[in-house]
Design a protein around this ligand. Structure first.
Ligand SMILES: Nc1ncnc2c1ncn2[C@@H]1O[C@H](COP(=O)(O)OP(=O)(O)OP(=O)(O)O)[C@@H](O)[C@H]1O
Ligand SMILES: [Mg+2]
Length: 218
């Protein structure tokens, strides 16, 4: 099991206590692809961030590759084993597309590898945009840079939060095919939040989040 969550709970206390996740249990095998669907505001992004050790939870247990979350070791593990495609992209605005894509490698203190960065950009059809500052890119281009960045350290687990939400149909197909090809050919684990039923149906399993709990959806 690459990821095992049991009875996770999460309440946000600002401005007043609201329980977002009340009882989340989920086992994910290595190489599996899981879709998480649910209405806006139910807590999909919160859950993805908790499973990716970016956000703390209040109670329950989270095991990743058999180990429990530890604040000291989590960042290094996250950087080398996990890739995140954030819903809001989270690009560094004043850095170029290429610098953004190579940021996970820079954090891991790997040598600067322009060729690799351009290859990743080319996977998402942006090989000519490497020198553009992120703030000058269009919404869809930003999303594709975020996808290329998530692949930089060749992670085992990919967390994708509505990864094609800002894309036209052609690019939507390009990036969803890219993600599913990676899962199949490189046996990566994919945890994908999506509103798109067709994309959810391409995953091995589809789960729906509502009232703080996950249920299997058909
Ligand atoms: N840091 C925070 N402090 C307080 N409330 C928060 C915080 N982060 C998220 N929330 C609230 O938790 C709820 C769930 O948010 P979340 O972003 O996880 O929803 P979502 O299912 O991803 O929605 P969407 O489909 O619109 O992206 C929302 O009501 C949001 O306002
Ligand atoms: Mg969200």
């Amino acid at each position: 099991m690459i990821l095992s969550a049991s009875h996770l709970r999460k309440t946000f206390n600002t401005p007043e206590p609201v329980e977002i996740l009340s009882d989340i249990s989920l086992d994910i095998c290595a190489g599996e692809s899981i879709a998480i669907t649910g209405k806006s505001g139910v807590g999909k992004t919160t859950l993805l961030h908790i499973l990716g050790t970016l956000e703390p939870f209040d109670s329950g247990q989270l095991l990743i590759a058999g180990k429990s979350f530890h604040p000291k070791t989590a960042p290094a593990y996250r950087n080398s084993q996990m890739g995140f495609i954030f819903q809001a992209f989270n690009l560094l605005e004043d850095f170029t597309a290429l610098e953004n894509v190579l940021m996970p490698a820079r954090i891991a203190r790997k040598p600067y590898d322009k060729k690799k960065g351009l290859e990743l950009l080319s996977l998402v059809g942006l090989e000519t945009r490497g020198h553009f500052p992120a703030k000058l890119l269009s919404g869809g281009e930003r999303q594709r840079v975020a996808i290329a960045r998530a692949l930089c350290n060749d992670p085992n687990i990919l967390f994708a939060d509505e990864p094609s939400g800002s894309l036209d149909q052609q690019n939507q197909e390009l990036v969803t095919n890219l993600l599913f090809d990676l899962v199949r050919s490189s046996k990566k684990t994919l945890i994908l939040v999506t509103h798109d039923k067709e994309i959810a149906a391409r995953c091995d399993r589809s789960l729906c989040l509502s009232n703080g709990k996950l249920t299997s959806s058909i």
